[in-house]
Design a protein around this ligand. Structure first.
Ligand code: OSB
Ligand code: MG
Length: 370
């Protein structure tokens, strides 16, 4: 495959609701969209990077910088065997996985279109619909939390994930469990604790949670293993797993029993599939995480989640859970706790180009020349 042109755009998009995690909150997203052109077709990708370096060390600005100054000029106008090979000319660049991932993922969409198949098919997905959950941010009060959870339970989500931090954890979740005795619940701390908090985290074992996501710091592999030894509840790693090597280390040490795979965090669909395979070989479950993406990023997540080993509900919620209006049609919907995997060619949903153009505040174009 030959990538003849690339266009990177920044598009502000306001979340319907303020979203807060242990490291901070946001309402306004700065979405980066990438279009790769080849053979008269367009592949779409979204960079999942956050506005601040609270979740990963990358930010919107570092991703823009690395994409426009280093990655895109080097991949445009070159031939690649396939999507897994597109980043070869920039394999010397350390880190910046989110910046790299959006190029790799747009290449997968482009490659699927060139083959005339859906992205899910191209990735080897087998499911036609995937179980989905919702992620609920930190709320100002328990009453507001209960209201939110009730709303999502009514909307039929397969499980509800609750953000926690010190001071908003055991008592808050115990109250919630009392109100919702049968709802599949899990908690995500986004690294807000240390091993010194193990006594407190042990109390979560009484609440029948599906898992506790990323309680400790991203590089606390050993500490997560020590904590997992003390907990009955499975630990799920998110921020810690950026590569196959990270997962091998985590499995060797016993740092987790579940992994949240976000293609944007690990450098793309290629590594996502390798992580999925590694977990499946050990009969351990994975699920697809989310980064408050627009419909473009969500389409990639749904396609990935159609692979066999994604047995747990993903953070892949309906378009309306995030946005007044999404930038793809049709918008993503949840029915009966599931989301349909688009079966059209490529990502299988249509980017609303006119709307995306009107929202664009920054743009960079790269041409392969003659
Ligand atoms: O830790 O999974 C996380 C959003 C931004 C950054 C990190 C996380 C999240 C979410 C939201 O939990 C998931 C979604 O997109 O619905
Ligand atoms: Mg998480």
């Amino acid at each position: 495959m030959r990538i003849e042109r690339a266009e990177l755009r920044e598009m502000p998009l306001r979340l319907r609701e303020y979203f807060e995690i242990s490291s901070g909150g946001k309402q306004d997203r700065r979405i980066l969209l990438l279009t790769l052109t080849g053979d008269g077709m367009e592949g779409w990708g979204e960079c999942v990077v956050g506005e601040d370096p609270g979740y990963s060390s990358e930010t919107t600005e570092t991703a823009w910088h690395v994409l426009t100054d280093f990655i895109l000029p080097r991949i445009v106008g070159r031939d690649a065997v396939g999507p897994e090979d597109v980043l070869t000319p920039v394999s010397w660049i350390r880190g910046h996985r989110m910046a790299k991932a959006c190029v790799e993922m747009a290449s997968w969409d482009l490659a699927a279109r060139m083959d005339g198949v859906s992205l899910a098919q191209k990735l080897g997905g087998t499911r036609t619909r995937v179980p989905v959950g919702v992620s609920v941010g930190l709320q100002k009060s328990d009453a507001l939390l209960h209201e939110q959870v009730a709303r999502y339970v009514d909307a039929g989500y397969s499980r509800v994930k609750i953000k926690i931090k010190p001071g908003r954890d055991v008592e808050m979740l115990a109250g919630l469990r009392e109100h919702f005795p049968d709802v599949p619940l899990m908690a995500d701390a986004n690294s807000a604790y240390s091993l010194a908090d193990a006594d407190r985290l042990e109390k979560l074992d009484a609440l029948d949670l599906m898992m506790i996501e990323q309680p400790l710091s991203y590089d606390d592999f050993l500490e997560h293993a020590r904590l997992q030894d003390r907990l009955r509840t499975p630990i799920c790693l998110d921020e810690s797993i950026e590569s196959v090597g990270d997962l091998q280390l985590a499995l060797e040490l016993g740092s987790c029993r579940i992994v949240n795979i976000k293609p944007g965090r690990v450098g793309g669909h290629g590594t996502s599939r390798r992580l999925h395979d590694l977990m499946k070989d050990r009969e351990l479950p994975v699920w697809c995480g989310g980064m408050l993406e627009s419909g473009i990023g969500r389409a990639h997540n749904v396609a990935l989640a159609s692979l066999e080993g994604f047995v747990l509900p993903g953070d892949i919620s309906a378009s309306r859970r995030y946005w007044e209006r999404d930038v793809v049609s049709p918008e993503f919907e949840v029915e009966d706790g599931h989301m349909c995997v688009p079966d059209g060619v490529g990502i299988g949903v249509e980017p609303d180009l006119e709307r995306i153009e009107s929202l664009t505040v920054r743009r960079a174009r790269f041409d392969g020349g003659a």
